[in-house]
Design a protein. Sequence first.
Length: 343
Amino acid sequence: MERLNIDKVAKLAHVSRSVVSRVLNNHPNVSEEARTRVMTVVNEYNYKPNSVARSLATQSTYQVGVLTSRIGEESLGNGYWSLLYLGIFEECIRQGYYVRLSFFSTSMSKELHDLILNEDHLDGVICLNEEVTAFTVQKFTDRRIPIVMVGHNPNYPDISSVDVDNFSGAYKAVKYLADLGHKHIGGIFGDQNLEEAENRKKGYKEALIDAGVTFNNDFTSIVDYSQHSGFNTMNHFLDQYPEMTAVFCASDTLAMGAILALYERGIEVPSQFSVIGFDGLPISKYMVPPLTTIEQPVYGKGVKAAELLVNCIKGDSRGPVQINLEPQLVIRKSCAPPKSKQV
């Protein structure tokens, strides 16, 4: 079949080249008759417009950048990030945008920084943590390149962001443990420089106080979100606080490490010790025992971030918004009443 370009489509549809361009870009200022003729030719010949020509016609590259500084095994080996990326990618593709994922580090050369964020090649950027947000905002100062953050940051009130309600999720987790009868509940948290981690600790603390349980800061530990940190911290808790009967882990990966530490000590979950996670990663239901966790819509966060960015690019945004998605408690088999409460 003959390979078409926009001029041949116009000739076959008996319209001007500009009319074809308006139809392909869904411009409203086209008669239904002309739109029908153009689309008939497009469908008959399976015409796909050249992306470069499309960019020139619309002054848009139809490319968005996704920037993260999480370099190493956690960046792609962690199920959380894979789900988040998938949500972003699929929504961008659905809306007709190509996604470029880049990993950022302050140790990179200036030339590489400039290459990563070339404003001539990107219509917008989604930032996945504070370090890359600071870099992106500095790079695009005084340029009208839309930016959206995954995770809220009070330092950037003029940038739209999306996150889960981290306070609510942590509160639900600890309330559930307290309702089971636990009085000595540990907490393993991520970097407190991140608002999400700070809010999870606040939810943990308030749930304890509301349940009439004294908050003990010694029962908490600030680490990263890795399995390794969960394993080491759980061993520390077992050595130092034998009265502890349950732990809230601020990520499912921390909970994986904690459960391994308990297993190696010969401590049964949940009959001797309860563990609850946060994230609701797909793998959590296949752990032994299946992990009770706070499920956040990780894929949905990615979708919403992409949706916010495309709306900004198209000029459909009503200004910066901070969206909170609601987490849900998923009860499985890693929590039970403490031994003193068991019949």
